[in-house]
Ligand binder design. Structure first.
Ligand code: SF4
Length: 456
């Protein structure tokens, strides 16, 4: 649950949250090997997708902040610009938040745009030196940012998950197993997820954590609905959530004439979150930053427009969504650089569809069906962000994903849970489709909208 929903900052979980966490892990390795005090220079090498879309996705900024000892869930987004200015003007890095060492981006932060490393398309290497002139590093480590803010050190096993499935009372590797467990126990998917989570922390802590996630999501919607202006990065995309919000508030009677105006609100929630994300604001990775708007948008829809909503059901929603997301994480990928946008917006849509179905009274089979529909109609979705920024198509795509999730839930609730394609099968197809996809469509900005649409 708390591996998948992480409080962090925008604009990208794989390209900014992950690299910042990798820097944190590298500092920890230096501290563990008692070398951190000896470091006089650091060099960072970015490869593959991190190099190709790293500037647009703020990977450079994330790495610099991480080397200064900042961590994604605690860094204050509004302090980043000033810290960056100091590094760039003074060519000094406040290494590990302790002391200044020389740092010149042009020489010490290198983008290898033509090199894809074997381990993962999102690879970064950190090297620490005892002297600015040394060529032999004190320590060198390579990390893979595998999507959703998860990071794996080269040579380590696992998928960067802090809490292994082997330690839980109801382990499951597939949707079929999850469904069987829920039916055997006579409970919902959320209850299985909650019992598993209790293997790692008390129920009170889980509930506090869930409340914090939901509060952070709502604050993000509120900020995004108020913050005006042009998004950073040079594409000159104007934020549209504030004007949409004003329009919706100024004509409440119009909502009564057209029932589909509820969809305008869903669009608003998703766009507000993703504009905040694009601006480097505080968001909940769900399960990635690029797709961070879908789950809050569907939850806000549930909370504000569905009569069943209660604080308890909001928590059930998040638990169910996490259980579904864990299947994608385990059996496919949640990385746009690995499988395209089907791994980001597609997965978030699937999670939200299944979760909404549970809290609206669906059976576990209907939950599984809704999650399957949510992915089936996102298969093949490419990642082709213009100028490497998490803006176009990403922001609007979250609104579309949220609406699609609501419809997937409605389709499932109108049936009896029997359906043609299972969730496990669609997850396998999604993985294969991602493997077949040209790298041009996997977060490299070398294909699709990124090369066929003028940037201004
Ligand atoms: S297109 Fe999709 S996968 Fe690519 S950056 Fe945007 S949200 Fe992420």
């Amino acid at each position: 649950m708390f591996d998948l929903f992480k409080i962090g900052i925008g604009p990208s979980s794989s390209h900014s949250v992950g690299p910042m966490r990798a820097a944190e892990m590298f500092l920890q390795s230096l501290a563990d090997s008692d070398q951190i005090r000896d470091v006089q220079r650091v060099q960072v090498d970015l490869y593959g997708s991190l190099a190709l879309t790293g500037i647009g996705h703020a990977t450079d900024i994330a790495v610099l902040m991480g080397l200064q000892g900042e961590v994604p869930d605690q860094i204050e987004p509004e302090t980043v610009a000033e810290k960056l200015k100091v590094i760039r003007e003074q060519h000094q890095l406040l290494f590990a938040g302790q002391r200044n060492i020389p740092f010149t981006e042009k020489e010490d932060l290198l983008f290898h745009r033509k090199t894809f490393q074997a381990g993962h398309p999102n690879t970064l290497k950190f090297s620490a030196f005892a002297s600015p002139d040394d060529s032999q590093p004190l320590l060198e480590e390579t990390y893979f940012s595998i999507g959703g803010g998860f990071v794996v050190r080269e040579g380590a096993s696992g998928q960067g998950i802090a809490h292994p499935m082997s330690a839980v009372p109801f382990p499951f590797d597939s949707a079929a197993e999850l469904l069987r467990l829920a039916e055997e126990q006579g409970c919902g998917i959320s209850q299985i997820a909650l019992e598993n989570e209790k293997a790692f922390r008390s129920e009170a802590d889980i509930r506090d954590g869930l409340t914090k996630i939901w509060d952070t999501m709502q604050q993000c919607v509120e900020r995004g609905s108020q913050n005006e202006g042009i998004l950073p990065g040079g594409l000159n995309v104007r934020r549209r959530a504030p004007s949409l919000y004003r329009t919706l508030c100024s004509r409440p009677e119009a909502n009564m004439r057209d029932p589909l105006n509820i969809l305008d609100w869903v669009d608003l929630y998703a766009i507000a979150v993703n504009e905040e994300n694009a601006a480097g604001g505080r968001v909940v990775t769900a399960p990635t930053n690029g797709a961070a708007g879908i789950i809050p948008a569907v939850l806000c829809y549930f909370d504000r427009f569905c009569p069943e909503s209660t604080p308890e059901k909001i928590q059930q929603f998040l638990l169910t969504a996490a259980a579904i997301g864990s299947l994608y994480k385990k059996n496919a990928s949640i990385s746009g650089a690995e499988v395209g946008c089907q791994g980001e917006v597609g997965v978030a849509c699937s999670m939200a569809a299944g979760a909404l179905t549970e809290v609206r009274g669906g059976t576990p089979r209907q939950v599984e069906e809704a999650a399957e529909i949510g992915m089936e109609h996102n298969l093949g979705l490419t990642c082709d962000p213009i100028k490497g920024l998490v803006q176009v198509p990403c922001i609007e795509r979250n609104a579309m994903g949220a609406v699609k999730a609501i419809n997937a839930c409605r389709l499932a609730l109108r049936g009896d849970g029997s359906h043609f394609v299972s969730l496990d099968r669609v997850i396998r197809v999604m993985k294969r489709t991602g493997a077949d996809m040209s790298s041009r469509y996997k977060e490299t900005s070398r294909g699709g909208l990124a090369v066929n649409i003028s940037e201004c």
